[in-house]
Design a protein around this ligand. Structure first.
Ligand SMILES: Cc1cc2nc3c(=O)[nH]c(=O)nc-3n(C[C@H](O)[C@H](O)[C@H](O)COP(=O)(O)OP(=O)(O)OC[C@H]3O[C@@H](n4cnc5c(N)ncnc54)[C@H](O)[C@@H]3O)c2cc1C
Ligand SMILES: CC(=O)N[C@H]1CO[C@H](CO)[C@@H](O)[C@@H]1O
Length: 584
């Protein structure tokens, strides 16, 4: 068995992985392993922006940003982590500018900023311009820029290598096992530090804004190593996915002045959120849209969608600020947004939960925050937690570069103190080889596509914008049989090169495994908070539920739950935000 050696291994080449790599590469030997070419990572699809209280368009402060993030999180975000995020944001944006990101500009040549949902001035007074952007392709330009910075620093890339397992010796993480998609070879990587930056998991739902690769591999691999997942019941549904397709229309469209209208042509958000209206946070708007449709005020022959109206914006504004989404609407729905409203519906968009970490990106594995030595996580796969029960738009890209950098810095310090990596045992890849050959050896069974379709339908029907005991019990029951079915699929392609059929089968197993944690954490949480809206427990219950969920899932699909407190302490004791009712 040949073993590939590097000092630091980063799994995932989205913005979180690349930012960590840039940080560590000046003094360490860093490799990035990615199942996609780095520039195809989902970060490249981010449209609307990345926020920081720069105050370029109007007065703004990191403290206001912290308040909005805490409130947006429905008070479940850890306030020490949120303070780091918001205080570091202006520095992080200027750094990205210096790396080469071509941000859109104000007339005076400063970085331009626009309003986004839940971002306000003076603790909730009115929307504020806080989102920096490059038209509506912000993620695209950030990803290209960080990739260039990695190449400049000689980061070694292993593209189209799919990581399947973490290696560890006596609890210390020392590498990964990866499948080379081009050849079908299984490789072992040995390192002093490993960072997971594998992104989100929207593909467990039928309607999603997420790319096909967003199958939550990193989450499932963590579970298989006895690492719990934190706050998985909090799944964000973005209000404006293209009708039936789920493809995202950025919130920037509302930031530029777009409004939502129901079947009566009413701007209904005025009723639900009188102050910020169409710029209320996502969890709230998705619920309002759902209610409008349920009460018979939807649009279209089936009255099952909502209109996003941009027709009052100037053509120039649409062409310069929203070119991408305008093209999407034309191509996919045949709608010209300057002339007609865009049909939209909520779409599964973002995972607030993930692998628990501390503020340095170190993975922690229990209620007492015990560290998993040698393992870090950053980006959407991680739960620091800065987003709590609901993420504000443009706070994710910020999270990636702030906490990606911190993980890179911490790994660099860590590996300095280590002479050599703990060697990997000789047979470390065997379980993965066996898993692959057992899938390939099955001659009959259901198709992967059929089981995946049933999973996506079930999650969409039962674990969506609204939940209740009946839907969650049903999901808990259904996922058990889906777990069994996922272990008995048949793949038609038995070849070695580019065997996408085989990878689909594995990704299906990953999808099922973390979905168990989404369902069971949600079934246990008997309150409504942020994106977790229970019809049978419609208010927030701080007495019993102001705490983070942890969920462990075994390979056989059995699970265990635990809880840990929310960190309410700041470095500056005075500026803590006490839980209040969330009104906009
Ligand atoms: C359409 C869309 C628009 C968005 N717009 C915005 C926005 O405007 N502002 C904002 O703040 N947020 C936005 N978000 C959210 C944000 O883009 C994501 O949360 C973020 O990009 C995730 O970045 P990441 O680095 O964690 O992972 P990703 O960018 O998703 O990258 C994951 C990486 O992991 C690799 N990987 C995964 N599994 C494996 C494996 N098993 N082995 C090897 N490699 C693996 C992939 O190849 C990929 O390189 C948007 C999201 C979507 C879907
Ligand atoms: C109660 C409920 O909504 N159950 C749904 C859960 O999902 C299945 C599979 O899609 C549906 O058939 C149920 O109606």
């Amino acid at each position: 068995m040949s073993v590939i050696h590097h000092e630091i291994l980063i799994v995932g080449a989205g913005l979180a992985g690349l930012r960590a790599a840039v940080e560590a590469a000046d003094s360490c030997d860093v490799a990035v392993i990615s199942k996609l070419h780095p520039l195809r990572s989902h970060s490249g699809a981010a449209q609307g922006g990345i926020c920081a209280a720069l105050g370029n368009e109007e007065e703004d402060y990191p403290l206001w940003h912290s308040f909005d993030t805490v409130k947006g999180s429905d008070y479940l975000g850890d306030q020490d982590a949120i303070e780091i995020l918001c205080n570091d944001a202006p520095r992080a944006i200027i750094e990205m500018e210096h790396f080469g990101v071509p941000f859109s500009r104000t007339k005076e040549g400063k970085i331009a900023q626009r309003p986004f949902g839940g971002h306000t001035r003076n603790f909730g007074e009115a929307p504020v311009c806080r989102a920096c952007y490059a038209a509506d392709r912000t993620g695209h330009v950030c990803l290209h820029t960080l990739y260039e910075q990695c190449l400049k620093r000689n980061v070694r890339f292993y593209d189209e290598f799919q990581v399947m397992d973490i290696c560890e010796v006596e609890g210390v993480v020392n590498g990964v096992v990866a499948y080379e998609i081009k050849t079908g070879g299984v490789h072992v990587f040995n390192a002093k530090a490993v960072c997971f930056a594998t992104g989100g998991y929207g593909r467990a739902w039928k309607t999603t804004s997420n790319a096909h690769a967003n199958t939550g591999d990193g989450l499932a691999i963590a579970l298989s190593k006895g690492i719990p997942l934190e706050d998985m019941e909090f799944v964000q549904f973005h209000p404006t996915g293209l009708y039936r397709l789920g493809i995202l229309v950025t919130e920037g469209a509302r930031g530029e002045g777009g409004v939502l209208r129901n079947g009566l042509g009413e701007r209904f958000m005025e009723r639900y959120a009188p102050t910020v209206k169409d710029l209320a946070p996502r969890d709230m708007i998705s619920r309002c849209m759902f209610l409008e449709v349920r009460e018979g005020r939807g649009v279209g022959p089936k009255k099952d969608y909502i209109n996003l109206d941009l027709t009052h914006l100037s053509l120039k504004q649409i062409e310069t600020k929203l070119p991408e989404i305008s093209t999407f609407a034309k191509i996919y729905l045949g709608v010209d947004p300057s002339k007609n409203p865009i049909p939209v519906q909520p779409t599964c968009h973002y995972a607030m939960g993930g692998i628990p970490t501390n503020n340095e990106g170190r993975v922690v594995i229990d209620e007492k925050n015990t560290q998993k030595v040698g393992l870090w996580a950053a980006g959407e796969v991680a739960c620091v937690s800065v987003h709590g029960a609901n993420r504000l738009g443009t706070n994710s890209l910020l999270d990636l570069i702030v906490f990606g950098r911190r993980a890179g810095k911490d790994m660099k310090e860590f590996v300095k103190q280590m002479k050599a990596p703990v060697p990997v045992p000789i047979n470390v890849a065997n379980p993965i080889k066996e898993r692959l050959s057992s899938i390939l050896s099955r001659k009959s069974g259901e198709s992967v596509g059929k089981v995946r379709e049933d999973l996506q339908q079930m999650m969409t029907d039962n674990v969506s914008v609204f939940r209740n005991e009946e839907t969650l019990d049903r999901a808990s029951n259904d996922i058990k049989s889906l777990h069994t079915r996922s272990r008995n699929t048949v793949v038609q392609d038995k070849s070695k090169e580019f065997n996408i059929d085989l990878l689909d089968a594995l990704e299906l197993e990953f999808l099922i495994d973390f979905s168990i944690s989404v369902i069971e954490s949600g079934r246990a949480r008997k309150e409504s908070r942020g994106a977790h809206a229970r019809e049978d427990f419609s208010s927030r219950d701080d007495v019993n539920w102001h705490k983070h969920s942890l969920c462990w899932v075994d390979n056989d699909g059995s699970y265990k739950l635990g809880y840990k407190p929310v960190n309410m302490k700041l470095a500056d004791e005075d500026s803590r935000f006490k839980p209040k009712e969330r009104k906009y």
